[in-house]
Design a binder for this molecule. Sequence first.
Ligand code: SF4
Length: 238
Amino acid sequence: MESEAENKNRFTRFDREFLREIGMFQRPRGFRTEITQEELLEDLERYREFALKLGCSDAKIIPASIVRVDERLRLKCRISVCHHYNNCINCPPHSPTAEEIGRIIPKYSYALVIKRDVDPKDDFVDPKKEEDIARHYRKNMETVGLLEAQAFSDGYYFAMGFAGGSCQHALCMMQPCNVLQGKRCRFVLKSRPAMEAVGIDVIDLITKLGWELYPVRARPIPPQEYPCAHTFGIVFVH
Ligand code: SF4
């Protein structure tokens, strides 16, 4: 069984030394406007391998065209009202709309989708474990931010990542959102909207990729009945 210290280590910040050790952020490349399909796929494969080294249990390169957008996703934020609704700049109604994202996604050709296992799954499926849930979302958001930053430093200046859950929960631990008060975001490089907050149909995407997915915390199903729990993210690269 995992000790408390080992459990804590899984959530420590990825430091610069570790990132360089696994081959990330070696040297900047010039911005790229023209790129061959072969070069792009080679880079995507590097990002896929980085994702695994950052602790993802799986990562897949996908054509951006398979990502479906549905405005009903944002309706789920409004009814019944999620406590982040209107309380965080990265959540509805402030986050980019499904309409905008639906116009933006076709401009990308490829994306990387990541999966992180929540282990123990009780961290996620037990409604009493709010802080543990936040830690898993935070790690996922940090991973998405790093992969996006790697693609950007390789010259893909439109690289854009979306994570899961609200950054107000994952990063700010429910403090009022600084941006909505006219101040600077506390976590500029990490905070990203959730896929669902911009209308990306996560369930459709994850199912298409053949990954298992359950509606966790669908009370009153007891936590032990769930076979697994995961967090997901996506980085549109080019
Ligand atoms: S990380 Fe905090 S300050 Fe930044 S956008 Fe999210 S809630 Fe607002």
